[in-house]
Design a binder for this molecule. Structure first.
Ligand code: FPP
Length: 246
């Protein structure tokens, strides 16, 4: 059982306020079973449920999941269609449960590119889970970090052009306030599954001081126990934020 790990996390006391996850390895999971890739994504939904429950149990306040990047639009149309249907299916199946558990869902990314069915589903889940106080769940969909930073620069430029902002007032906070993640603290911990040592255009600004945790486990095999192992490893780290330890 993973409850022994949860108790150890609680004894330590310091839990990441925000965990970000690059959910990788669905394709390899499917390939290893001679299944089509979309079945790997389908299996990945179970792991999404596991990490949400794990974050609720450990009292992590914010969970950001990288579900679909802007670069993923270049995948074969069949796989994109399957991912969009999966998103709709996930929302239809989980909406009640998420609301009941106090999970507020936000979508981070360019949702205007989503197919109408998926777009309606994400707008519905955002509206119907608003105000849940237990966990903020950010689903990063059609998301790319460089595009997010360019968008923030555009918003700042518009405000300068309109005379509402002085260029001299553009500091780090001004940029951070125009990112999709403005309401939340930066991630303390980034988890990436499937062993790849990359950030893949995910939360580049926000991950400046995050602890990185890469596990060889493929995303569909990732469980609540794996999440707790990552949090325990985080609790052993010495975070210095560029300073020296006393
Ligand atoms: C990366 O694996 C994973 C994705 C591109 C999709 C992630 C989607 C899910 C986990 C589905 C459920 C999520 C929600 C929120 C409904 P990959 O295809 O790049 O794997 P590979 O590197 O092994 O090919």
């Amino acid at each position: 059982m993973s409850d022994d790990l949860l108790r150890r996390i609680q004894v330590h006391g310091s839990v990441p306020a925000h965990i970000a996850v690059i959910m990788d390895g669905n394709g390899r999971w499917a390939k290893g079973r001679a299944l089509p890739r979309p079945l790997g994504h389908h299996a990945g939904m179970r792991a999404v449920r596991e990490v949400i429950q794990g974050c609720l149990d450990a009292r992590v306040g914010v969970l950001s999941l990288f579900a679909f990047s802007q670069e993923n639009w270049q995948r074969p149309a069949g796989e994109i269609g399957a991912l969009m249907r999966l998103l709709e299916e996930y929302i239809a199946r989980e909406l009640g449960n998420l609301r009941e558990k106090g999970v507020t869902v936000r979508i981070l990314g360019d949702i205007e590119r989503l197919a109408p069915g998926a777009r309606n589903a994400v707008e519905r889940v955002m509206a119907e889970t608003a105000g849940g106080g237990e966990l903020a769940l950010n689903l990063c969909i059609s998301y790319s970090s460089r595009a997010e930073i360019a968008r923030a620069a555009r918003l700042l430029a518009d405000e300068v052009a309109a005379g509402r902002l002085e260029p001299a007032d553009i500091d780090e906070q001004a940029v951070a306030r125009r990112l999709y993640t403005a309401p939340w603290p930066d991630p303390d911990l980034l988890i990436r599954t499937s062993g790849e040592m990359r950030i893949s255009n995910f939360l580049l600004w926000q991950l400046a001081y995050a602890e990185l945790y890469v596990t060889p486990v493929l995303w569909p095999d990732f469980t609540r126990r794996h999440l707790f192992e990552a949090i325990l490893e985080f609790q052993r780290r010495d975070r210095r934020f560029g300073r020296v330890t006393a």
